[in-house]
Design a protein around this ligand. Structure first.
Ligand code: NAP
Length: 286
């Protein structure tokens, strides 16, 4: 049995230790961490994997693309896929900044039960890597998605990016204070707070008084939390009929999904794990 080899291509000056630990915990035998990788470097890196093993053994070599820049990560994934030909290829996963695994876990949690189809869902401070992925996945579930930012130009840019990437039609709103948050949540069924660490986005008076809001998620684990009056460990906590998922509740599923996707990379040599595929794993695991 050949050893399971994972090539970790990271665009940052120092490759992510987090991603390395998950790779080891997922059973990888040897990890090749490459830092400062640019899209133009990817082909040669991938060739190193593709041309050293053949036939069925190729499934024991795989690639992981990480780093803090999702746009670069997407370009690296494209370059990796363009390096393959015929069955001479390896499985590859993209999770820059944890964008796919975190968004997949959050949306899978919020989607539980009756689903999101036809329902208004709001991604507060959704212009970051996780928020944009989550908005796309919610829209794929048939939700009527509104993504917010403090700045309208950032809203427009993010919505255009999500709509093009996922072939959906989300809309945006400028939200910079509690009154605007209250207004955008009118008639909403679910909200995901996707803001930067340590930023409160939703006051307790706003969400507890909203009669239609029944699912709440927050991926910020750093106090103050994104949703006032909640706890990071909430994992479907029932607060007066509203189910609340905190960052640790979501993060627990995220970790399981991340490890599972790495394991699955070694089942075949032709898998690509991007947002949709990672989300499918999250829905299976929930
Ligand atoms: P990010 O890019 O750091 O931030 C998302 C958005 O937050 C920004 O685009 C910005 O939007 C908004 N923001 C920044 N400062 C703000 C402020 N002072 N007030 C209001 N809004 C502000 O986010 P990310 O990398 O996608 O990560 C999102 C969250 O997920 C973070 O809290 C991160 O720590 C967490 N995370 C959690 C897990 C987990 O497993 N639980 C995993 C990965 C990441 P605008 O400038 O457009 O308004």
């Amino acid at each position: 049995m050949k050893k399971k080899l994972l090539l970790q291509m990271d665009c940052d000056p120092q490759a992510s230790v987090f991603d390395a630990v998950v790779a080891h915990d997922a059973g990888v035998d040897a990890l090749f961490q490459q830092s400062g990788v640019a899209p133009a470097d990817v082909r040669n890196q991938v060739y190193g994997l593709m041309f050293t093993r053949g036939g069925d053994d190729l499934k024991n070599s795989a690639a992981f693309i990480g780093g803090s820049d999702v746009v670069l990560g997407e370009a690296m994934l494209k370059a990796a896929k363009e390096s393959f030909f015929g069955n001479v290829r390896v499985s590859v996963m993209l999770d820059s900044n944890g964008c796919n695994t975190t968004a997949a876990a959050a949306v899978a949690k919020l989607c539980g039960g009756d689903g999101l189809k036809g329902r208004k869902c709001v991604v507060l401070a959704g212009t970051g890597p996780v928020g944009k992925r989550a908005a796309g996945l919610m829209a794929m579930e048939g939700a009527d998605v509104v993504l917010t930012s403090r700045r309208m130009d950032r809203v427009e840019e993010a919505c255009a990016e999500v709509n093009a990437r996922f072939d959906v039609n989300i809309s945006g709103a400028e939200v910079g204070d509690e009154a605007q948050a209250q207004a955008v949540l009118e008639g909403a069924y679910a909200v995901l707070c996707a803001g930067a660490a340590g930023i409160q986005l939703l006051g307790s008076d706003t969400w507890t008084a909203n009669p239609t809001l029944l699912r709440l998620g927050d991926i910020n684990a750093v106090p103050p939390l994104g949703i006032e009056g909640t706890k990071a460990h909430f994992d479907g906590e029932d607060v007066d009929g509203k189910l609340v998922y905190g960052a640790l509740g979501i993060g627990n599923l995220k970790m399981k999904v991340h490890r599972e996707c790495i394991k699955r990379l070694f089942m075949r040599n032709d898998m690509v794990f991007d947002a949709e595929e990672v989300y499918a794993v999250a829905k299976e695991m929930i």
